[in-house]
Design a protein around this ligand. Structure first.
Ligand SMILES: NC(=O)c1ccc[n+]([C@@H]2O[C@H](COP(=O)([O-])OP(=O)(O)OC[C@H]3O[C@@H](n4cnc5c(N)ncnc54)[C@H](O)[C@@H]3O)[C@@H](O)[C@H]2O)c1
Length: 450
């Protein structure tokens, strides 16, 4: 039986105190661990050291940070090597992104790994949680840490990978309810990582045979969702041609257990689904469904705008309101939001672009060189068309009648009732709601049913 006593598990360094890292740090700090957080952002460090969460819209997080601060189990520093030196377990949750050419951008994590290597003590366990391309934990980071620290992985330090699978807005709940997948460099690394998560999170654990399996599994989840959404989008566009409503189709198709068609939409955003497929594409999966799905999903904004343009004639000088800057409903997250793609395309078409998003301040919206709009502004009477990009809860009871000059609503998330919009003498366009070149087929079918 393995002896774990040589590795006291009471001191944890969490490297990267963003939305996920801070939540992990706060949960660990309230579950019996001393947490030394590290982040390069001075403001983040200083607010955590005052017991204040800089992440505001994550249920339960502010309370956990304040409680950990009061019990002196959570502190933060800009000096990563120091945090690592004081800890036996190091959690890495610094983002890996893609650049403008869709190449993997390791800038932040490479720096973090260098700093970790400088502070690493013999006997420590390093767990990477950031989504990574298969092989990176061992080949890119493990070897770099060996090179800089002079310590040998598997002998002097332990190495594991456990993907973070949580969803914004319910991270604390997901940390407890989703099974945690864990892969280790060797048996001992795996055992120690599992021991840590059992104590710190108390969730179900699924161990896999290699580091690479664990890394692969997270990217595969994202690719699955991207491909599935692309399929839904492809079917939606075909449904438009055939004057069939895709929402009705999906509902009935998914009524048996082998069909799980996702929802079509105006675009896929955020820092998971539009990014992680490139971790496979960049490592050799250059043809087939994975890259094709990326292309299909990224074309949905164009597809939707073309449908609008058919109705409006031109975008030039039209006042177009985008509802939702965030990539999805009820979160504050502009990364890869389809709103940014729409803004770019509408600017080139010389439209006047107004944006409303209750999650962002006026000045935050202004950074995108668009006009922020309040729903109480009288300017809403001058709006020519509305695009629903992210269906925040504030839009559930939106009074479209107040947009007295509006001729068209593009429902990019298929959330609004078509009849409600049509009653106001506005054109309704959903994604795959059967608005092909002609609506006749559907009208006739409806008539014959009636
Ligand atoms: N946000 C999500 O919904 C989500 C879901 C699942 C998985 N993930 C994974 O979690 C990772 C982190 O996501 P997040 O939402 O917390 O990101 P985030 O952007 O909110 O936070 C990242 C933090 O890392 C810090 N940082 C950057 N470089 C650093 C360095 N060299 N050393 C120390 N700190 C550094 C930044 O200052 C920032 O505070 C993602 O890249 C992804 O792999 C995120």
């Amino acid at each position: 039986m393995a002896d774990y006593s040589s590795l006291p598990t009471d001191s944890v360094a969490v490297i990267g105190l963003g939305k996920i890292g801070l939540t992990l740090a706060a949960v660990f700090a309230n579950n019996g661990f001393n947490v030394h957080g590290a982040d390069i952002n001075e403001d983040v460090v200083s607010s955590i050291n005052q017991g204040i969460s800089h992440i505001k819209n994550e249920p339960g997080l502010e309370k956990l940070v304040s409680e950990a601060h009061n019990s002196k189990t959570l502190s933060a520093t800009k000096r990563t090597a120091e945090a690592v030196q004081q800890s036996n377990i190091i959690i890495v949750i610094v983002p890996v992104l893609i650049d403008d050419d869709n190449r993997i951008d390791y800038r932040f994590i490479d720096q973090a790994v260098l700093d970790i290597a400088k502070g690493l003590k013999k006997g420590s366990l390093i767990i990477f949680e950031t989504t990574l391309a298969p092989g990176d934990t061992r080949n890119r980071f493990g070897t770099k840490i060996e090179e800089v620290s002079g310590l040998k992985m598997g002998e002097d330090f332990h190495l594991a990978y456990s993907p973070e699978r949580v969803y914004s807005n319910r991270i604390i709940r997901d940390l407890q309810s989703y099974p945690k997948i864990v892969g280790g460099l060797d048996e001992r690394s795996l055992t120690l990582a599992k021991q840590f998560y059992t104590k710190s999170l108390g969730c179900e654990l699924i161990d896999v045979s290699t580091l690479e399996t664990a890394e692969f599994s997270k990217v595969a989840e994202c690719v699955y969702r991207d491909v599935n959404i692309a399929l839904a989008n492809e079917l939606a566009m075909f449904a438009d041609e055939k004057n069939v409503d895709i929402n009705e189709v999906i509902t009935v198709s998914n009524s048996q257990p082998y069909s799980h068609i996702h929802h079509p939409g105006i675009g896929v955003g955020g820092h998971c689904i539009p990014i992680y497929p490139y971790f496979f594409i960049n490592k050799g999966l250059t043809s087939g469904l994975t890259p094709l799905a990326r292309t299909i999903n990224d074309q949905m904004a164009d597809y939707s705008l073309a449908k609008m343009e058919e109705e409006l004639g031109t975008f030039q000088d039209k006042n177009i309101l985008i509802l939702g800057l965030s990539y999805r409903e009820n979160v504050k997250e502009p990364t890869k939001s389809t709103a940014l793609m729409l803004i770019d395309k509408l600017k080139r078409a010389k439209a006047n672009i107004l944006v409303h998003d209750p999650q962002f301040t006026t000045s935050e919206i202004e950074r995108y060189a668009v006009l922020p709009l309040q729903l109480s502004d009288s300017v809403i009477e001058e709006i020519d068309a509305i695009i629903i990009q992210a269906f925040h809860k504030e839009y559930e009871n939106l009074d479209f009648a107040a947009f007295t000059n509006c001729k068209l609503v593009l429902d990019g998330r298929n959330k609004v009732k078509e009849e409600e919009i049509k009653k106001l003498n506005m054109t309704y366009i959903g994604i795959g709601n059967g608005r092909g070149d002609s609506n006749e087929g559907r009208n006739n079918a409806a008539d014959s049913n009636g």
